[in-house]
Design a protein around this ligand. Structure first.
Ligand code: NAD
Ligand code: GLY
Length: 392
């Protein structure tokens, strides 16, 4: 079966023969190729089972000459770094590994300096390439290290969580947290390829799986009612980590993200749709000091608050609020936080980097599959939306 070069434009998959010459000619049938269409910086997302094994070929396609800097974390490294290192060495290249401590608490600038220290000791240079092997934290930190090291070296994302496979590995947002704000230090640095190997999800803890599904539910709400309905219907096989059941929502999420990023790489407009649930969600992460909720869980709470706000503004019926809540609950995601400190959360929302010229922007649903941007929300309306999370 020949390679399928697919991209998503206007919601349709289209062939991209333009890129055919630049890409490998044989991709096994169990691996799909999607393209993020960014002109000369277009890149493939390889999605399937056993995708990791294609790494040597991908490095050869990219004609990488230098040493490879593999960045992973202390949970993922022991599981998969050896195999990745082997694949790099099999391709005739040297691999230098840096292992971050696992967890959001280590998504900090200090870790970027540590990574660069390992790279310098390992004699990486401008011909080098960074491999980010892990969840969204590794992807964001390693991606930012790649954007900064020697003023920028290329990067390949190898995402190992659902959050990373459906969201953070695609689109080029990289960065770290500052104590005063999440993701406030960073750069846009598109990867040169994304290798999504669903078999790596087999070791993912159940709670992390569910947190990742929150981002897929988000994609359903902002862009695809059929995807949302699939998630409502197929919660049993998805929760059982049936890879056949997971393939469609992961692929659809990548398609949605690829389409949006191709249209609005630097978030001047439509890309902000991807922040649905995040204005409230980031504030919830901040006030819980990144300890109580996983990122996806905070996004789930944020989507509930956004839906309550949309209902209060009269743009969605109560039925929407209930339907979204039931879908989140089917995956064991939180939809209430009875102890939520509302004042502190409101303050955190004001500090969010999505605030522009003092105006908070909210992405609000109008129905499943469509959202609007609103900057006319009053503080007391946002407060009431947060308070709705405290109601049993
Ligand atoms: P994470 O990277 O912290 O991973 C979750 C945990 O699972 C970690 O302990 C990790 O070591 C472990 N893990 C990862 N893969 C595993 C596997 N296959 N088997 C066993 N354990 C595994 O968290 P996450 O949810 O993947 O990512 C959240 C981060 O992503 C947040 O910092 C968020 O801001 C960021 N994010 C970025 C973007 C973007 O566009 N750049 C988008 C969404 C989220
Ligand atoms: N996760 C939001 C974005 O990539 O824009």
């Amino acid at each position: 079966m020949p390679t399928r070069y697919e991209s998503v434009e206007s919601g349709r998959l289209v062939k991209l023969p333009r890129l055919k010459e630049e890409m490998p000619t044989t991709v096994p049938e169990n691996i799909k190729t999607l393209m993020v269409a960014l002109g000369e910086r277009s890149y493939p997302i390889y999605l399937g089972t056993g995708t990791l094994e294609r790494l040597p070929e991908v490095l050869n396609d990219l004609a990488v000459r230098g040493t490879i800097g593999l960045v992973t974390d202390s949970s993922v490294g022991p599981l998969y770094a050896r195999r990745v290192r082997q694949l790099v060495e099999d391709s005739g290249r040297i691999c230098v590994t840096h292992t971050l401590p696992a967890g959001e608490a280590y998504k900090r600038l200090e870790q970027v300096e540590n990574i660069c220290g390992t790279f310098l000791q390992g004699r990486l240079d401008r011909t080098s390439l960074v491999l980010a092997l892990g969840g969204g934290v590794v992807g964001d930190v390693a991606g930012f290290a790649a954007a900064s090291f020697m003023r920028g070296v290329p990067c390949i994302q190898i995402p190992t969580t659902i959050v990373a496979q459906v969201d953070s590995s695609v689109g080029g947002k990289t960065g770290v947290n500052h104590p005063l704000g999440k993701n406030t230090i960073g750069a846009f640095h598109q990867p040169r390829a994304v290798l999504i190997d669903m078999t790596l999800l087999e070791t993912l803890p159940d709670r992390e799986l569910c947190a990742g599904v929150a981002e897929i539910i988000k994609h359903g709400v902002i862009a695809d009612a059929a995807l949302f309905a699939y998630l409502e219907r197929e919660s049993d096989p998805i929760l059982a980590k049936d890879l056949a059941a997971l393939e469609y929502p992961i692929r659809r999420s990548c398609e949605i993200k690829a389409e949006i990023v191709a249209e609005d790489e630097f978030e001047q407009g439509r890309r902000a749709n991807l922040n649905y649930g995040h204005t409230f969600g980031h504030a919830i992460e901040a006030v819980s000091e990144y300890r109580l909720f996983l990122h996806g869980e905070a996004v789930a709470l944020g989507m509930c608050a956004a839906a309550a706000l949309a209902h209060a503004l009269g743009i969605v019926p109560q039925e929407f609020v209930t339907r979204q809540r039931h879908c989140l609950q089917a995956y064991g995601l939180p939809t209430r936080w009875l102890e939520l400190p509302v004042d502190a959360a409101l303050e955190a929302m004001h500090k969010d980097k999505k605030v522009r010229a003092g105006l908070m922007k909210f992405i609000l649903p109008t129905e499943i599959g469509t959202v609007v941007h609103r900057t006319d929300v009053q503080e007391d309306q946002a407060r009431r939306a947060l308070e709705s999370l405290r109601v049993e």
